[in-house]
Design a binder for this molecule. Sequence first.
Ligand SMILES: [Ca+2]
Length: 491
Amino acid sequence: MVSRRGLLSGAALVGVGAMASVAQESEVAVADVALDTPFTPVGTPHLAQAEQLVGYQRLLAAGYLVNGLVGHWPLDGSGADRSGREHPVTLGSGSGATWSALRAGGELSLDGTSGAYAATDSVLDTTLPFTVSAWVRLASDADPATMYTAVSQDSPTTSRFLLQYDNTVATWAFKVRSEDQATKVSAVATSPAGLGIWTHLTGVWDGTQIRLYVDGLPAGSTATALSWAAPAGLSIGRARFDGAPVNRFKGAIDDVRAYARALSADEIAVVSGRTARQNNVYQSGSPATLTWGTPDDPASWVARARCASFVTGVLKHTYGWATDDYFLQYFQEKVPEAADYCAAFLNGTAGPRFQRVRKVTDLQPGDIIAVDYNGSDPDNTGHIVMVREVKGVFSGTADFTGETQYAVEIIDCTSDPHGVYALTNYPKYPDTRMVGNVTGENLQGVGIGHMMFYASDTTGEFSRYRWSVNSSKSSGTYDVTARPVAAARVG
Ligand SMILES: [Ca+2]
């Protein structure tokens, strides 16, 4: 159950899956601090509605599912257990296990040596159905001829289950063993595993079958009724055989979870972030779908839209006046493009519900900023965003004489998150859709990010913009003669 209040404050978000998520109190990841400050969009109902859509997409991106969770290690620079069961993992001795930040939020990196693991007490009763999941990434120089186990729970002698890379088949596997080690049962994927690639693995035992899921999809299953307790502890990054550690992992492991029940395929799609990628989409070429779902079911919330159809859809969802007729009358379109908004704001023809905001410093939460690309982009007429907060003056990079640059936190719908992960000032001006530096891994659709808007020192009016704090001064800034910028207040 996610309370609306908790969601809006960010407090209900747990853990990290495919993105920097959020965390609680002292566990807040660096990239999230700026985005989880308490925020109350008083007097701007459409911003509250947009905020809700974004909030649930963030929950999905974090793989939010707490029913049955008995262990959850986001591995965001600490071994904390966020399930509430208080089983923090402890790193092995030496330098084999280290905290790293290949992706937003951070993860555990392991070098395959004897101390390269993290361990805690047993958290699962393995005589009953259970599920275990993890994000894993074999190091680019890992040896494909070596077996690497990501998660196990053990007896003093052997591992009850192993979620792992199996070198004998060169792919991912979920295995269970008999207590005397005489029997091993494997569910094995069919596609080969790659090096240096983040992959989400889930292993399930439902009492009669083990099942392996790779990136949220069923990958293999095998019948087995093997059932015995494994009281000697849970390990991340190694397994146990003949009473000794084996299969030490070389690579990175993130967001490990243990559930005291067999999750369904739909639930595993949520945990893996797969549902987030289906529900939150930058979609051109077909009508927008914006669905405000039910609080108990994050998967019922959908945002598939372009930048302008997202803004228009939020307004139509929020206000009785925001009808097809209104937009037809003032914009000549039921769903205006970004450039249509920009032109109508500049020309004062957007009708009685939009009041132009000329100065950057006059922007308030909920105001809409539209950019007209002036025909320079074959795929987009421009871009349009809602203001969440003006973060103040920014200087030191991409400054222009006679202009003042402002960092503006925005909500929008885009295929291209704002910024470059971890680069220079990115951590201070992050984007909720940013996962890391791997092309194609970042999320798209609705989210919160930061753009840089410039004001003329003479007039205070918009003079220029940058897509992000990391956009280049020479090639990534556009003055308003090249790309007009206009803003308006909704009311
Ligand atoms: Ca993490």
